[in-house]
Ligand binder design. Structure first.
Ligand code: FAD
Length: 503
């Protein structure tokens, strides 16, 4: 006999995680449940997290939101990939672009033929065949699902940059219009059932009580419900990802709008640059074991494109994951569930994928343990696979110019990552697991970009004659060049399609 359906959901936290959760819950559950979101203006949000990856576009579509309207409201710009400067060695830059470079030939991905060409000293750079790379180099953008001249070839995969505060405000408006109730207030106590330990209500400092059956903890790093009340525990990964601080500051915009999240490795971490319509978001992620906060701030302020628009803000974090992000009747999302290094802009996506997982396993008031276990198992797997991809960026480096890079280069990495790297080095193929957010096209760009060049390639790549293959490579270059030449610039596209008001 099934238990009664859930009728009251309480979300603690009004950052990106909280409002995304509210948006998805109200969209799927509609008026069948009462959804209340509690947030505290006094505590505020983390206020960073402005770069995303392409699945976000699917989420906007799923929520029925108009992309141009979202862009106008969040001062958004488009993103075609991430630039990594000085990571492999000083003076070297590569880009991890969305979408696969080139076009598959028969059953093989393009990069196998590129490895064959390379072995003969031909073919140029892998990224000469990336539509996103070529468009980003010329700052050109448009929406194309396929290439106009060659409709069987993929067009451009893209994501967004946005102002995190404005996104939360925009989503709040959407949610409130759809029936989500927002309660302002600081949670000062959590009432749990004395026998089961299940959360029954949140006590606000004002004296009010907010009751619920199912609680989503989106309270940020602290994990007010999942950790302070339910003691879920935290698995730390600082030994693999030693950065534990960030200093962030916005500055005035300058030059054309770039289509990239730019990152540059520094002596004990790295700096980000995220272009928005009204400002540039900047930050320096660093390891406190190798650098003092004052020095990190100085490096950041010395490397801005324009005048700072606010005082630098310092953040602390511990990379890792909550040991069980669903415990009893509480699921932690966003920073309350764990923290992943932001170099690949994965954390907001992990809120989205956690919500999808949660909706697939949505409980009733019986809260079946096998569903909870399955959710936690899948969540753990997702974190570990992304973690390995991110460690690769730090570990596969030639840099030996600072103690931080010497540590990263020589540290022991998870066996799962060592196996992947060695397999690619020897065979030119990537072992991609089904649950991995990052697919072959992502892994090869970062592996090759970080200097891991295979000794071999698939024997099937020999199935085309030399002249035919040279001709295929030439024709791809021509198709991509023509396609990019026909696009407006990023600034023109934004001006025409989604210009935000001046603020
Ligand atoms: P928060 O924004 O911290 O929100 C917590 C909410 O809980 C707030 O509303 C707060 O008021 C409320 N709250 C807390 N305690 C209480 C209480 N006691 N009572 C009432 N309310 C309470 N992610 C990306 O995807 N891309 C990026 O480029 C990226 N860059 C990042 C860079 C850095 C340096 C950091 C630290 C993170 C980055 N992230 C990035 C992660 C991203 O910022 C977060 O995933 C995202 O902002 C979601 O945060 P959150 O909503 O979980 O937490």
């Amino acid at each position: 006999m099934p238990s009664a359906p859930i009728s009251k959901i309480v979300i603690l936290g009004g950052g990106t995680a909280g409002w995304l959760a509210a948006s998805m819950m109200i969209k799927v559950l509609g008026k069948t449940v009462e959804i209340t979101l509690v947030e505290s203006e006094e505590i505020g949000t983390v206020g960073v997290g402005e770069a995303t990856i392409p699945p976000l576009i699917n989420l906007l579509n799923f929520l029925g939101l108009d992309e141009a309207e979202v862009m106008r409201n969040v001062q958004g710009t488009y993103k075609l990939g991430v630039e990594f400067a000085d990571w492999y060695e000083k003076g070297h830059t590569y880009r991890h672009m969305f979408g696969a470079p080139g076009n598959p030939l028969g059953v093989l991905p393009f990069y196998q033929y590129w490895l064959r060409q390379r072995a003969q000293g031909k073919g140029g750079s892998l990224w000469d065949y990336s539509l996103n790379e070529l468009a980003a180099k010329q700052n050109r953008f448009t929406h194309i699902k396929t290439i106009p001249d060659a409709p069987r070839m993929d067009g451009m995969n893209y994501a967004l940059h946005f102002d995190a505060g404005l996104l939360a405000r925009y989503l709040r408006g959407v949610c409130e219009r759809s029936g989500v109730t927002r309660r302002e207030g600081k949670v000062s106590g959590v009432n749990q059932n004395s026998e089961t330990g299940f959360i029954e209500s949140l006590a606000l400092a004002s004296g009010d009580v907010v009751e619920g059956e199912f609680f989503l903890d989106c309270s940020g790093f602290r994990g007010v419900l999942i950790e302070d009340s339910l003691h879920a525990g935290y698995e730390e990964w600082t030994h693999w990802l030693p950065c534990d601080r960030a200093v962030a500051v916005p500055c005035v915009t300058s030059g054309p709008l770039r289509l990239l999240t730019q990152t540059r490795a520094r002596t004990a971490g790295w700096q980000w640059r995220i272009p928005l319509q009204h400002r540039i978001g900047n930050g320096h992620v660093f390891s406190s074991g190798f650098m003092e906060p004052d020095e990190a701030t100085r490096i950041l302020l010395d490397n801005l494109d324009g005048a700072p628009l606010a005082d630098p803000r310092h953040l602390r974090f511990v990379t890792g994951r909550r040991k069980t992000s669903w415990k009893k009747n509480c699921v932690a999302l966003g920073l309350a569930a764990g923290f992943m290094e932001p170099i690949e802009s994965t954390t907001i996506h992990m809120v989205q994928s956690a919500l999808q997982r949660l909706l697939n396993l949505f409980p009733d008031t019986g809260f079946n343990q096998p569903e909870i276990d399955e959710y936690n198992r899948k969540t753990q797997r997702e974190y570990e696979l992304i973690r390995d991809f991110i460690i690769l960026h730090y570990n596969a480096t030639k840099r030996d110019d600072t103690p931080f890079w010497n540590y990263c280069r020589t540290m022991t990495v998870p066996d799962s990552l060592t196996t992947k790297i060695e397999y690619f080095r020897q065979h030119g193929r990537v072992i991609v697991e089904e649950d991995d957010l990052f697919k072959e096209a992502n892994w090869i760009q970062v592996l090759i970009g970080q200097g891991i060049m295979p000794e071999s390639f698939s024997p099937l790549a020999l199935n085309v004659g030399d002249d035919d293959l040279d001709g295929y490579f030439d024709s791809l270059r021509q198709i991509y060049a023509r396609t990019v030449a026909g696009m407006p610039t990023h600034d023109e596209f934004i001006a025409r399609y989604c210009k935000a008001p001046v603020i």
